[in-house]
Design a protein around this ligand. Structure first.
Ligand code: DHB
Ligand code: FE
Length: 300
């Protein structure tokens, strides 16, 4: 009674949010970036989900260095946009879906993934910038995001971060959880899962400013055609090729793992579904210090 229909992948550069909030999106620096998301906004309007599971990383906002869960699921009714030092972004509060969150926590933890249950969490640019890119500007007071969002936070800030393989397997577990959900309304929920962060970027040290277009393009291609192979890539390859913050890309594998072509016969699941349909692919360099990548896949 709930189904994952599509996955969305996008970078989350905070300066993109600031450009929108300060109405700089038509300036020459920003215009080509936002042009790449026009099709995405139209697609979102035509394919409005009932819930988005938004996989992102917190940047020492909700969690500081005193405590960093590897995987944390938001189970609250709503989430406040965080103050990251310049005041909170002027965007609407994020409404949650506590019932589906609680079900995913129950199901995924019983599938042997340790999730931290978070009942109160402010959400930073990692979550609000992808929403802004995909849904466009919203009035902070009278506006609203198009649907409830379940924040799913992954530690990619302090090592050890989870491996790509664990992220892909977690995505498979999340899909099973979603498919076993029964909504109180009796209606089948249309659920999207988003993987965010990346692509290549390094914000500090001698290699600050690193961007690797070849790596990024190949990563997007393999997300479509070879996610199981991509999941085997070790952390050191992300760091060498995509910079220290390029490790954010492991989060894309969670969303990719939830697509229905990756059904797992070891779990007694029926044969794999068809390969997903690629709706949109976009790449733009740079936004701030980051190579921006974006992909939309629909389950066939
Ligand atoms: C930038 C990118 C990020 O992913 C981030 O979390 C902060 C800053 C940047 O390119 O400026
Ligand atoms: Fe980041």
């Amino acid at each position: 009674m709930a189904k994952i229909t599509a996955s969305v992948f996008t970078s989350h550069v905070p300066a993109i949010g600031a450009a929108m909030d300060l109405h700089k999106d038509h300036e020459p620096y920003w215009q080509p970036l936002f042009a790449g998301y026009e099709k995405s906004k139209e697609w979102m309007k035509a394919n409005k989900p009932d819930v988005i599971i938004l996989v992102f990383n917190d940047h020492a906002t909700a969690f500081d260095l005193s405590m960093i869960p590897t995987f944390a699921i938001g189970c609250a009714d709503s989430y406040t946009p965080a103050d990251e030092g310049w005041g909170p972004r002027p965007v609407p509060r994020v409404q949650g879906h506590a019932a589906l969150s609680a079900h995913i926590a129950q199901s995924v933890i019983q599938q042997d993934f340790d999730l931290t249950v978070v009942n109160h969490m402010d959400v930073d640019h990692g979550l609000t910038v992808p929403l802004s890119l995909m849904c466009g500007e919203q009035d902070p007071v009278n506006g609203a995001w198009p649907c409830p969002v379940i924040p799913f936070a992954v530690n990619v800030v302090q090592y050890p971060a989870p491996s790509g393989q664990r992220c892909l397997n977690l995505g498979k577990a999340i899909r099973r959880a979603v498919e076993s959900y029964e909504d109180a309304s009796g209606k089948e929920l249309n659920v999207q899962i988003w993987g965010t962060g990346g692509m290549s970027h390094q914000l500090q040290g001698p290699r600050a400013g690193l961007i690797n277009l070849d790596f990024d393009k190949q990563f997007i291609e393999r997300m479509v055609t070879d996610p199981e192979g991509l999941a085997k890539m070790p952390h050191v390859d992300y760091i060498r090729e995509a910079g220290s913050e390029g490790i954010e890309l492991v989060m894309w594998l969670i969303a990719r793992g939830a697509m229905s072509d990756l059904r797992d016969s070891a779990q007694g699941e029926a044969t794999a579904g068809k390969a997903p349909k690629e709706i949109h692919r976009f790449h733009h360099v740079p936004a701030s210090n980051t190579s921006v990548g974006h992909l939309i896949l629909e389950n066939s």
